[in-house]
Ligand binder design. Structure first.
Ligand code: BG6
Length: 640
């Protein structure tokens, strides 16, 4: 994915556009660019590399003006070079466009454009083709037109007409040097927010880019086109119909997205977990009824009672949270739960029973595969709920209901606090469904007590950070790490390995402990430590057995245990991390955090860029399989 920002107002646009891009770097950071409108021409600066490189370029060669657009890129079409950096221009060089998404039929559009003569493209991007198409339609419409208002509506029409020909996803912002102080934005499948200010307005992929300037936001819908000026804006559909749009108050402030005294967002977010887990439960536990209250599910008790099967879907870290959720919900509610990779689920014709309830789990609420899975599930008529962090994200809006995480902005690319919030919410779901089935009031009450103790226990785990740092530094020269766990802690092994891969670039794999003997043991060697997640639980002795097997083959052992487990591990583990004892269903939250810290400290020891690991972006785009008409019923002539 990429990040886009637009500004029109009375202040200098460049600092606002650059500041916005810095906040969107989690969306991609392999090149960046800016276009400023000034006295009838567009000034542009762009380069490969991060915002810092663009900022340097702007200092060396400033661009002045009170409106413009900017972009930070995560490359899809074309390498991350200066030429492929956005903005891209039309043939006249007067229209500049930034884009987040994938124009799937760009080659067809390019071929069609070539019918009226040779066109010179400066990049290998799909975006440049769209800029050419809009520019061509506009130029044809304004031949001989001098009136500025007519030019504005001609540009809006050109955008609409061009986008009607597009298959794929887009969040775009554009300016044209013919028309001062005028931006156009549009979206389909990629997020776009309109920030409403006083004598200034903004466009952004995410409100975090503009929250320092305004907390009034309109979350645009798919197929919206917005024309933005200093003191007004007009939102219409791709077909030209105007609709209702609500101004929402952004929940967080600019302060919330600052690093504060932390060296990295990731560390800040790890340390926010006592609060984020508390916020995931806030107002959702009823001590009186010994259950969870989740009104956002939009389901009556009778409907919840009818649920016979649950499918949990997501990508990356969210998928691992789903896997933990599978163990917890099955344990608490005795309901069959299946976990599906969203990327597979969306294209697979999974047989499901009519009483299946589907949950799409996602921090950003924008991950394309998770969105695809949600749409496929809804298309087939299943009730599909979201577990999202980003308020008003696409998945939050397209679900039949759901639960917000309220974890606050997560900026570090490696997901941390969103994971523990997701697991906490899945536990609440397990409690709610369990209490409607076989859990007694006293069992419900015990679960609530364990959940309420969790934030305090997380604080105790965070106190281990220095100890974990020492362990991480000791292993800084290893070739990789293996992670093992059983039951609820098997997904934690996967998540521990994912964190390590993402931010240290070391080889890492997670497995159920018992799988060791079925192949993985062949990897065991002195420079490949094994991290065993072995809390003092019913399967502790089985884990101990596996630890012995690795030790016997000279594999170093880092044991993550709880309570009395440490005593038994003393003689065989090289290093031991001990978290507080807790019931099985809350233990994954306590065991995940030391592994986040282990990956973090190891990455710092290796000098990695923790918050912006190479090749990654915070939630991933993909090529859609949607036809042009999908979701846009008012354009029947586009039905494919
Ligand atoms: C990946 C990120 O691109 O998307 C992961 O690198 C993340 O960290 C995954 O877990 C899913 O993101 P989301 O926003 O759907 O939870």
């Amino acid at each position: 994915m990429c990040g886009i920002v637009g500004y029109v107002g009375r202040s200098e646009a460049a600092p606002i556009l650059l500041d916005g891009l810095r906040r969107l770097q989690y969306r991609g950071y392999d090149s960046a660019g800016i276009a400023i409108l000034n006295s009838g021409h567009v000034e542009t600066r762009k380069c490969a590399g991060r915002i810092a490189a663009l900022s340097k370029l702007m200092t060396a060669k400033p661009a002045s003006g009170t409106s413009g657009i900017s972009h930070t890129r995560w490359a899809t079409h074309g390498k991350p070079t200066d030429q492929n950096a956005h903005p891209h221009f039309d043939a006249s060089g007067k229209l500049a466009l930034v884009h987040n998404g994938v124009i799937e039929n760009y080659q067809t559009l390019k071929d069609q454009l070539s019918h009226d003569g040779d066109r010179k493209y400066r990049s290998q991007t799909d975006t440049e083709v769209l800029a050419h198409l809009i520019g061509k339609l506009y130029d044809e419409a304004v031949a001989g037109v001098a009136d500025p208002d007519q030019k504005k509506s001609a540009l809006v029409s050109a955008v609409r007409n061009a986008l009607q020909q597009v298959i794929g996803t887009y969040g775009i912002a554009l300016v044209h040097s013919d028309i001062a102080n005028f931006l156009i934005g549009a979206r389909r499948g990629s997020p776009l927010v309109l920030g409403v200010g006083k004598e200034e307005n903004f466009l952004a992929s995410d409100v975090s880019a503009i929250v320092a300037y305004t907390r009034d936001a309109i979350y645009l819908n798919d197929f919206d086109v917005v024309a933005v000026e200093r003191d007004k804006f007009e939102i219409s559909s791709l077909a030209g119909e105007s609709g209702d749009h609500q101004v929402s108050k952004v929940e967080f402030t600019a302060e919330d997205i600052k690093k504060g005294d932390y060296p990295h967002y990731m560390l800040k977010e790890i340390f926010e977990q006592p609060d984020s887990v508390r916020d995931a439960m806030r107002g959702r536990l009823s001590a009186e009824e010994c259950t969870a209250k989740l009104g956002g599910l939009n389901m009556t008790p009778a409907q919840l009672r009818q649920v016979g099967r649950i499918v949990l879907t997501g990508c990356g870290t969210a998928l691992h949270a789903a896997m933990v959720g599978e163990y917890i919900i099955e344990q608490l509610a005795h309901l069959p739960v299946e976990v599906e990779y969203a990327s597979e689920f969306r294209h697979r014709n999974t047989p499901m029973t009519s009483d299946t309830l589907v949950f799409a789990i996602t921090q950003s609420g924008e991950t394309a595969d998770t969105l695809g899975a949600l749409r496929e599930s809804r298309r087939k008529g299943y009730r599909t709920l979201g577990i999202c962090n980003n308020v008003a994200s696409t998945i939050a809006r397209e679900s039949d209901g759901g639960v917000y995480m309220h974890a606050g902005p997560e900026i570090g690319v490696a997901a941390t606090k969103s994971f523990t919030s997701q697991v906490t919410i899945l536990t609440l779901i397990g409690l709610l469904l369990g209490r409607m089935r076989h859990l007694s009031t006293s069992e419900g009450s015990d679960i609530i007590e364990a959940l309420q103790a969790l934030p305090g226990q997380i604080e105790q785990v965070l106190e281990l950070s220095d100890e974990i740092k020492t362990i991480a530094e000791k292993y800084a020269q290893v070739s990789g790490m293996l992670f093992f766990g059983r039951q609820c802690n098997f997904p934690i092994a996967l998540e521990g390995a994912l964190k390590l891969k993402e931010i240290t670039y070391l080889f890492a794999e997670g497995h159920p402990s018992a799988e060791l003997k079925h192949g993985i043991i062949a990897l065991v060697r002195p420079d490949l430590p094994s991290v065993f997640i072995a809390p003092d639980d019913a399967v502790f002795s089985k884990n101990l057995n596996n630890i012995e097997q690795v030790k016997a083959r000279k594999g170093p052992i880092i044991a993550l245990t709880s309570g009395a487990g440490a005593k038994q591990l003393n003689a065989i583990a090289d290093d031991i991390i001990t978290v507080p004892n807790a019931p099985d269903f809350v233990m994954p939250v306590l065991t995940a955090i030391p592994l986040q810290l282990l990956a973090y400290h190891l990455a710092v020891a290796l000098g990695r860029d923790v918050d912006k690991p190479r090749n990654l972006a915070k939630s991933a785009p993909t090529v859609t399989t949607f036809a042009r008409s999908e979701g846009f019923k008012s354009l029947p002539h586009l039905v494919v």
